[in-house]
Design a protein around this ligand. Structure first.
Ligand code: BES
Ligand code: MN
Ligand code: ZN
Length: 498
């Protein structure tokens, strides 16, 4: 994709499509004002007649508008006038792209970057524009046979700026947006692949492939024998019933000299049947998404490596399949984690924490400046926060605030959640150092408390992404979240934000 910035008027630029915004009550955005003037009032006429809607999320494509150089104008609704939110800006941009999906549009000019958007400067406007376009263009068709509909041939995206002084920020925002959109697509692809393709070994190969050809990126894979030698009894208890071998994937990006790395740990359960504590059948197919934490940290690595940021980033992915079998772990079994702490496995379906705890202990050797694990960890998190925000836990208030702020800036939202001794008490076991479940109340919190027991002395945060990593129903598919949040966090640590 190529990007450009321009101060020229919406009507004067020869592109295949220009995107303009309109507000309720016939108020026109900057690009729309120009299109209306150039077309001698056509646009306002169409709004008055009801042919063009100003409702947020609506889009009307007008081909061959008189007086306008572009082949077509995509008019998107921005809702109530006044500052629009970043979310509305992203939805409007994506709506335009979806309306153009069947056209031969190769170049667009997005004039929405001229609007005033809450909390966004030129950098974030361009980044949101490019990220939301990438999101809208994404298709997953590699498992379908036969002739596939050719994708929209978009290859050039322009952004309108009011003054030349905004050009540098806009260009940087588009570049970062491009890398992040690519990382989101990587995460979506891995997430959407079925479990008979996307096995732990497949994830390991994908990570290896990403590193080949990038001098700053290396990938190392630990096999089960090596994990056994390291004492990862907790992780290995999850894979005991599986035929597919477990892998521990370690990716290192070195752009920051001798700095301590940011470490991202992603839950990589390529399929979660629940194990002997078998899940009910309905909707079980969606447990192929139980590696979306892994997909998101690998996607973030792709984004950061592409941006060539001056940071050190390490990604750790414990990858397993959770299966029932004759040699699977039974409820009541007691396992020893790499940290030495023993765990009574009261429910084999609470497996995410069992692989993450050993990955966290293993990650100590990297002396992380901060360590963030990302996991589709609990159904309880979906009950608590729904599908809009992920849960943020941390043993460090400043880190928790930093992660929360990164989510807000990236429009990839989280919400701070508690830890504490009351919740911790729920993990008491009569037979081992702890149980792997904490009873019916506060399931996302007690899962986080479990992980916290393996993070002594590290700056640790945990994201429970169970509600945000994929969509169900007609739009079923991985979202690529929270690649944007994580990329923003690393960008900020790298001092690469304007
Ligand atoms: N991968 C699931 C969590 C999950 C379930 C995410 C549904 C999204 C939708 C996790 O491994 C799990 O099964 N958790 C159990 C924990 C329970 C046994 C304490 C759960 O949430 O039911
Ligand atoms: Mn489970
Ligand atoms: Zn799971």
């Amino acid at each position: 994709m190529k990007y450009f910035t321009t101060t020229s008027k919406a009507s004067r630029r020869s592109v295949d499509c220009v995107i303009v915004g309109v507000y309720n009550r016939g108020k026109l955005g900057a690009g729309a004002t120009d299109v209306d003037a150039a077309s001698k009032g056509q646009l306002l006429k169409l709004i008055k007649s009801g042919d063009v809607s100003s409702q947020a999320g609506a889009c009307t494509v007008l081909p061959g508008v008189a007086g306008v150089k572009a082949d077509r104008v995509a008019v998107v609704g921005l809702g109530k006038s006044g500052a629009v939110s970043a979310s509305t800006f992203r939805k409007a941009t994506a709506a335009a792209i979806r309306s153009l999906a069947d056209t031969k549009t190769r170049s667009i000019l997005n004039t929405l970057t001229l609007e005033s958007v809450k909390g966004c400067d030129a950098y974030y406007l361009a980044r949101h524009s490019v990220e939301s376009i990438g999101d809208a263009l994404y298709r997953f068709e590699q498992m379908k046979s036969g002739r596939k509909k050719p994708p929209m041939p978009l290859s050039m995206i322009g952004h309108s700026i009011a003054k030349r002084g905004d050009a540098a920020k806009t260009t940087r925002g588009a570049d970062h947006g491009d890398a992040i959109a690519n990382g989101v697509a990587v995460a979506k692809d891995l997430g959407n692949l079925p479990s008979n393709v996307c096995t732990p070994s497949y994830l390991a190969r994908a990570a290896k492939k990403m590193a080949s050809g990038n001098g700053k990126l290396t990938t190392q894979i630990l096999n089960e024998a090596e994990m056994k030698r390291l004492g990862m009894g907790s992780l290995l208890s999850v894979t005991a019933g599986a035929i597919e071998p477990a892998k521990m994937i370690v990716m290192k990006y070195k752009g920051g000299g001798k700095d301590q790395p940011v470490v991202l740990v992603g839950k990589g359960v390529t399929f979660d049947t629940g194990g002997i504590s078998l899940k009910p059948g309905a909707g079980m197919d969606e447990m192929k998404f139980d590696m979306c934490g892994a997909a998101s940290v690998i996607g973030t690595m792709a984004a950061i490596a592409r941006m060539k940021l001056p940071v050190n980033l390490t990604v750790v992915v414990p990858a397993v399949v959770n299966m029932p079998a004759g040699d699977a772990t039974n409820p009541g079994d007691i396992v020893k984690s790499m940290s030495g702490q023993t765990i009574e496995v009261l429910n084999t379906d609470a497996e995410g924490r069992l692989i993450l705890c050993d990955a966290l202990t293993y990650s100590r050797r990297f002396k992380p400046a901060a360590i963030i694990d990302v996991a589709t960890l609990t159904g309880a998190c979906v009950v608590a926060l729904g599908h809009h925000r992920c849960a943020i836990y941390s043993n460090n208030d400043a880190l928790r605030d930093e992660v929360f702020a990164a989510g807000n800036s990236a429009e990839d939202l989280g919400w701070p959640m508690p830890l504490g001794e009351q919740y911790n008490a729920q993990l008491k076991s009569n037979f081992a150092d702890m149980a792997n479940i904490g009873g019916p109340g506060g399931g996302s919190v007690t899962a986080a408390c479990f992980l916290e027991r393996f993070t002594d002395g590290m700056n640790w945060a945990h994201l429970d992404i169970a509600g945000v990593a994929w969509k169900s129903g007609a739009q079923k598919g991985a979202t690529g979240r929270p690649v944007s949040l994580l990329s923003e966090f690393v960008l900020s640590r790298a001092g690469a934000l304007p």
